[in-house]
Structures are given as structure tokens and as C-alpha cells.
Write a protein that binds this ligand. Structure first.
Ligand code: NAD
Ligand code: UDP
Length: 389
């Protein structure tokens, strides 16, 4: 941390250093949170995960300015008795651990449900029993489909924000049938939210629930065959990056008509830091964290990424930049989709005064620059390698 001036919270009080038990610290969001906490705050982090590749640069060497403030614990929260001790010795637990890639929801529904509900139960219990604060990561997907998606295509009400804006305290959660196993994730996350809320109401657990709306940026997921399995299917940013790096057409699932709002990871973690350092304003709340101004269809995202990738790589785009694939072909049986996700920002504005800043073109440029620098050479080498006979 630079300088020695006291850091103040939103009410002008000095922020005291705390210890945070961060579960899932080795993932995409966790790695950015650890980086921010180390470089901008005096807090200590117990970084819990089964992997640490994305935070290795923060753990070594011992000469790093934050050495002694971040400690990695290789723990699988499914079955490790050390977890309670770590939660007990921390002031706050941040739980990010989850299976959270849509390709898993309908193909590994049991793992998805266990990971997003059952495995998190001890975390909630240890926080509640030991009177420790919990910031739990849920998802925007718990809203499911919009009310508007059930209206006739030509209904003028589809244009009315009341039918599509997603609001923490009033929007319903609308999932497809049980056969549509896509919703196993959203349903498990919803039950976990309800459990945490009930622990707050009945046992006084001090909690905050975060609903991320498509946070994107460097270190998100993996590139299949490079730092993840060759047949793995990551989230859309990494799928499209992989296609661009390999000069393959980007695959548009069911025509790429679904809409998403994307927020830059560096904006989003500012919101989480405000929650960490302003407990009085964050406790007891559920927060949408997204950028309502960055809405695009998946097709538009593919077109924008193709254009930006040409700029950062200096390569012309291929002749057929996108192809359509059915969701059954791409994800298998039981896939379904959220049609539109625009977060209402009233609560986070009021409680924490947070607003996202980065426009979509800018975040795509910095992210694709990172993807190109990190992976282009490795991809070239795999493509050049002769296939073993
Ligand atoms: P991620 O997959 O990159 O990170 C999750 C981390 O949790 C991984 O490093 C994984 O190894 C770890 N983990 C999983 N199970 C574990 C276990 N049993 N024990 C120990 N570690 C375990 O995902 P992310 O994008 O960083 O997401 C973090 C959280 O935010 C998740 O709860 C996810 O559901 C939620 N979320 C993220 C987004 C987004 O836009 N990135 C959107 C909605 C919800
Ligand atoms: N998608 C796509 N092509 C891909 C990967 C994803 O068209 O190669 C679509 C997917 O069907 C969904 C959207 O992109 O409509 C966002 O998918 P992501 O995996 O990022 O997660 P989600 O936002 O659905 O949670």
C-alpha cells in the first residue's frame, strides 16, 4: 500500500485493517480482489482455493511490498476441517467458490447444485456460529428470465422497463422447468440467498449478497487446450477470445439474440471494496453489481470483439467471422437462456454511491490486448505442432 494517509470510509471514519478469509480467491474475481486489497489497502487475506495460478504473482517473491499480508491455503471447502479455524480468525469471510460456467449447469447438474448450495452451507454456519460477517457471491442469473419474455412478441409492454429491469427487492425469479437443467445453478444460488437471509433474520448473521452481472476482464476462465481442457467450454468472453486467437468463426448460440450487460472487472471490484469497508451500509443488503449502460446482444458482442481483436492483433478478420449453432449442439440437452439482464442500480447507488465507469469498447480493448499478449504465441505453437500419429 502506498503512502501513510488514513483511509476513510464513506462516513468519514478511519478504516481499520482487517483480516479477510477469501474463499475462491484463486479464481477470476478473487484474483482481482486480492490484487486490489494488496496494492490499495492494509488488509490481510487468507486466500483459500484449490488452485493458485491466477494469484501466484501476489504470493512470491518474499520481497513483494505486501509480503506477510496474503497467505494461500490450498483447501477444498467440501471436506477440510481447517476452514472453521480460518473463518474464526478472520473479521470477514468473502465466499466466491462455485462452479459457475453455463456449460456445466446442464451437463454436471449434481456438481453444480452441490457446489453452489451444499458446499457453501458450512461457510454460512461457521460465520453465523462465530458471529462473523459474510459477503456471499450469488448471481444475476437468480432473476432467470424477464417477465417481458413471456409477453407476445408484438406486445408494446415489452418496451416498458417494468417488464425487464431487474430489481433486487421486487423482481421475481423466473426459471424454466426442472427438465431444463440450466437452472440448477440459479436455483441453488437462490436457495443459498434465502438461507443466508434467514440466518440474518433469525440468528443475526451480518451478511451482504452480491449479484454480479457479467463481469469481464483479464484472467477470466481459460483458453481451451492452453490453460484449460481442450474440450472445456468457458464463458462467452473466453469462448470468443479462443475463436479469435485460433482464427475460427465465433459461434452464436441460437442466433446470438440474448442480451447481456457487461461490466469491467476493475469497476466491479471497486463496489466490493466499498462493501468490505462500509459494513454499516452494506450489511443486510443484496446488491446488483453491473453496468446497465453496456447492453448488447451476443451477436453484437461477437461483432465488437472481432473488430477490436483485429485492432490489437493487427490481423484482418476471417471471411466468415460468425456462425450460428443450436444450443442443443453447443451445450447439449437441458440448456435454456436468460433473455435480457439489465440491473437496477438504485440500491447500490443509495447505499454505496457506486457507479460503473468503463464503456464496453474500452473494456474489450484492454481485455483482448491481455488475451493476445498472454495466449497468441502459445496458440501459434499448438497449431504448428504436428498431430501425434
Ligand atoms: P471462477 O470460477 O473464476 O472462481 C471460482 C473459484 O472458486 C475458482 O478458483 C475455484 O477453484 C474455486 N472453488 C470452487 N470450488 C471450490 C471448493 N470446493 N473449494 C475451494 N475452492 C473452490 O469464477 P468467478 O467468475 O471468479 O466467480 C466468483 C463468484 O461470483 C462465483 O460464486 C460465481 O457464481 C459468481 N458470479 C460471477 C459472475 C461473473 O461475471 N464473473 C457472474 C455471476 C456470478
Ligand atoms: N454464447 C454464445 N457463444 C459462445 C458462448 C456463449 O453465443 O461461444 C452465449 C450463451 O448462449 C449466452 C451468452 O453467450 O446467451 C452468455 O454466455 P456466458 O457463458 O458468458 O454466461 P451467461 O451470461 O449465460 O451466464
Amino acid at each position: 500500500m502506498s503512502g501513510s494517509t488514513a483511509r476513510l470510509d464513506l462516513d468519514g471514519n478511519t478504516i481499520k485493517p482487517i483480516t479477510i478469509c477469501m474463499i475462491g480467491a484463486g479464481g477470476f474475481i478473487g484474483s482481482h480482489m486480492c490484487e486490489k486489497l494488496m496494492s490499495e489497502t492494509p488488509h490481510t487475506v487468507f486466500a483459500v482455493d484449490v488452485h493458485n495460478d491466477k494469484i501466484k504473482h501476489l504470493l512470491e517473491p518474499d520481497s513483494l511490498p505486501w509480503a506477510g499480508r496474503i497467505h494461500f491455503h490450498r483447501i477444498n471447502i467440501k471436506n477440510d476441517s481447517r476452514l472453521e479455524g480460518l473463518i474464526k480468525s478472520s473479521d470477514l469471510t468473502l465466499n466466491l467458490a462455485a462452479i459457475c460456467t453455463p456449460a456445466d449447469y446442464n451437463t454436471r447438474p449434481l456438481d453444480t447444485i452441490y457446489s453452489n448450495f451444499i458446499d457453501g452451507l458450512p461457510v454460512v454456519k461457521y460465520c453465523s456460529d462465530n458471529k462473523k460477517r459474510l459477503i456471499h457471491f450469488s448471481t444475476c442469473e437468480i432473476y432467470g428470465k424477464t417477465i417481458g419474455s413471456y409477453l407476445p412478441n408484438n406486445s408494446p409492454l415489452r418496451q416498458d422497463p417494468a417488464y425487464y429491469i431487474l430489481k433486487e427487492d421486487t423482481s421475481p425469479c423466473i426459471f424454466g422447468s426442472v427438465e431444463k437443467q440450466r437452472w440448477s445453478y440459479a436455483c441453488a444460488k437462490q436457495l443459498m440467498e434465502r438461507l443466508i437471509y434467514a440466518e440474518g433474520a433469525e440468528n443475526g448473521l451480518q451478511f451482504t449478497i452480491v449479484r454480479p452481472f457479467n463481469w469481464i476482464g483479464p484472467r477470466m476462465d481459460f483458453i481451451p487446450g492452453i490453460d484449460g481442457p481442450s474440450d472445456g467450454v468457458p464463458r462467452v468472453l473466453a469462448c470468443f477470445s479462443n475463436n479469435l486467437l485460433r482464427r475460427e468463426p465465433l459461434k452464436l448460440v441460437d442466433g446470438g439474440e440474448s442480451q447481456r450487460t457487461f461490466v469491467y472487472i476493475k469497476d466491479a471490484i471497486e463496489a466490493v471494496l466499498l462493501m468490505i469497508e462500509n459494513p454499516g451500509r452494506a450489511n443486510g443488503h443484496i446488491f446488483n453489481v453491473g453496468n446497465p449502460n453496456n447492453e448488447v446482444t451476443v451477436r453484437q458482442l461477437a461483432e465488437m470483439m472481432t473488430q477490436v481483436y483485429s485492432k490489437v492483433s493487427g490481423e484482418d478478420s476471417i471471411k466468415t467471422p460468425t456462425i450460428d449453432v443450436s444450443s442443443k449442439e453447443f451445450y447439449g440437452e437441458g440448456y435454456d437462456d436468460s433473455d435480457k439482464r439489465i440491473p437496477d442500480m438504485t440500491i447500490i447507488n443509495k447505499q454505496l454511491g457506486w457507479n460503473p465507469k468503463t464503456p464496453i469498447w474500452e473494456m474489450l480493448e484492454s481485455t483482448l490486448t491481455y488475451q493476445y499478449k498472454t495466449y497468441a504465441e502459445a496458440i501459434k505453437q499448438t497449431i504448428a505442432k504436428p498431430v501425434a500419429s
